[in-house]
Write a protein that binds this ligand. Structure first.
Ligand SMILES: Cc1cc2nc3c(=O)[nH]c(=O)nc-3n(C[C@H](O)[C@H](O)[C@H](O)COP(=O)(O)O)c2cc1C
Length: 263
């Protein structure tokens, strides 16, 4: 295989980008991180390796961080990252990727950001349909450009990007990585819950179990917000902060595709 794209996605934005990008290459495969991240002896043999994931608190999701640290990448020589976010970004996720790769005597060759609709609905509402459409149209063009850069194995990371002072964001993401597993303590299902089990199935790390038909969170949360955003009854809440916010998932990504990304 020439290109392997590893992805993680809570609500479909990163999966949509990963699928669209993989379609541009003749010899590529898409691999879900959630399905393999806790396996031993992970190894990749492709020449080019991509990581596509959402930005979480100015940096990498914990699952992505742990996965890249673990996998043997010695046979590959071109690495790229594509970060989806709502646009509140800085150089930190690319620096994080580069730092992990350097511990394996590799380095990040290229990095990209794609703005997508907001899925962080804890106290912040989703984008309007019009704005979402705008993001999707721009993303199509960006994916086209990114695919050309990757096909030619171009490099786009300057020392300015890799050495920029990102201390503040570093602190924010470090705190997040330390507390994320327990961050599910404020989730609950209200009376609208029909015990359909979608939350349990859609959770990429099997952090939800139904007890007497109601979801219980097991404190190994990644905060991807798939459970709350995919609940068809809008029954799942996070404290009081989601009582008034709407729910979001990428309109072209199905619940089943999110379920399929895990074991
Ligand atoms: C826990 C969490 C933290 C987030 N932090 C940021 C952030 O720091 N900056 C930003 O622009 N977007 C942030 N977002 C928004 C997501 O990065 C964005 O909506 C992403 O495209 C979602 O991708 P997905 O649908 O593949 O899960 C955050 C979302 C979540 C769930």
């Amino acid at each position: 295989m020439e290109t392997t794209i590893y992805y993680f996605s809570g609500t479909g934005n990163s999966l949509k980008i990963a699928k669209d990008l993989a379609d541009k290459f003749e010899d590529s495969e898409l691999k879900p991180i959630a399905k393999i991240w806790d396996l031993e002896n992970l190894e990749s043999k492709s020449e080019k390796i991509g990581f596509i994931f959402p930005l979480y608190w100015s940096g990498l999701p914990k699952i992505v961080y742990e996965f890249i640290k673990k996998i043997d990448l010695s046979k590959s020589n071109y690495f790229f990252g594509v970060v989806t976010s709502t646009g509140d970004i800085n150089e930190q996720p690319l620096q994080q990727l580069d730092r992990i790769l350097k511990t394996k005597s590799k380095r990040l060759s290229a990095g990209f950001y794609i703005n997508m609709p907001n899925n962080y609905i804890i106290g912040v509402d989703i984008h309007s349909e019009e704005k979402q459409k705008e993001f999707f149209e721009k993303a199509i063009k960006q994916v086209e450009k990114i695919s050309k850069i990757i096909k030619n194995k171009e490099e786009n990371l300057t020392q300015e990007i890799l050495q920029k002072d990102v201390k503040r964001s570093e602190g924010v993401n470090k705190d997040f990585l330390e507390r994320v597993y327990e961050s599910d303590k404020e989730f609950y299902a209200d009376d609208k819950c029909t015990s359909c089990g979608i939350c349990e199935n859609v959770c990429p790390v099997n952090n939800i179990v139904l007890v007497e038909g109601k979801p219980h969170w097991q404190h190994k949360c990644q905060q991807c917000l798939a459970c709350i955003n995919f609940c068809p009854e809008k029954s799942i809440q996070f404290g009081k902060e989601t009582l008034k916010t709407q729910r979001y998932h990428h309109p072209e990504i199905t619940v089943q595709e999110i379920i399929n990304q895990k074991k």
